[in-house]
Design a protein around this ligand. Structure first.
Ligand SMILES: [Zn+2]
Length: 184
């Protein structure tokens, strides 16, 4: 089934990844062409395919399942595009991949991404990834009314004006959560 012609599950939940950041593999394989002839070459280049395998494996290690939480949409020039079931999964994937690329770029051995170091925008304390019902969000470890959704985290990563927007959204949520706590 061709996913690229329509949105998969939810519109606007695509993530574009640069293949040369994920994979160091050459785009062609002289060795395979020699052994299997030109027909053994992929139309999609080798780096694209390896980048997809890497991305799917990274997401899988963190509990995102292929075909359920995300699918391969299409590939462009030096990029692959994945489609996610919803904004929450997209935010989660953005965190996992960003964290992996950051570690790779800094020559750190990429390993589990379960503890991305994220500081609370309101008080600077550490935030931890928590799940309530089926929704994941970042919870401040100092104040239970400081919370950031994954899509907000994703917006925040893109910088600029969105940083202030995310802070405002967190302040509004704090007011709501404070009210809920008083009622209890
Ligand atoms: Zn906080």
């Amino acid at each position: 089934m061709a996913y690229e012609v329509r949105d998969w599950k939810a519109p606007g939940c695509s993530l574009t990844l640069k293949t040369d950041k994920l994979s160091d593999r050459e785009t062609f394989s002289a060795e395979i062409n020699e052994k299997y002839g030109e027909g053994g070459g992929l139309n999609a280049n080798y780096r694209t395919v390896e980048a997809l395998a890497l991305a799917a494996n990274l997401l899988g290690e963190e509990g995102l399942k292929y075909g359920q939480d995300f699918v391969f949409k299409t590939s462009g020039l030096d990029e692959i595009i994945l489609d996610f079931a919803d904004k929450d999964k997209l935010g989660q994937a953005d965190i996992i991949i960003s964290d992996y690329l950051f570690k790779k770029a800094n020559n750190r051995k990429p390993q589990g991404t379960k503890k991305p170091a994220i500081k609370c925008l309101l008080c600077g304390a550490e935030m931890k990834l928590e799940t309530y019902d089926t929704t994941s969000y970042f919870q401040c470890q100092q104040d239970e009314t400081h919370r950031m959704s994954l899509s907000e985290w994703s917006d925040f990563q893109h910088g600029g004006e969105s940083k202030e927007k995310v802070r405002k959204a967190m302040l509004e949520r704090r007011t709501n959560l404070q009210a809920q706590l008083i009622q209890k």
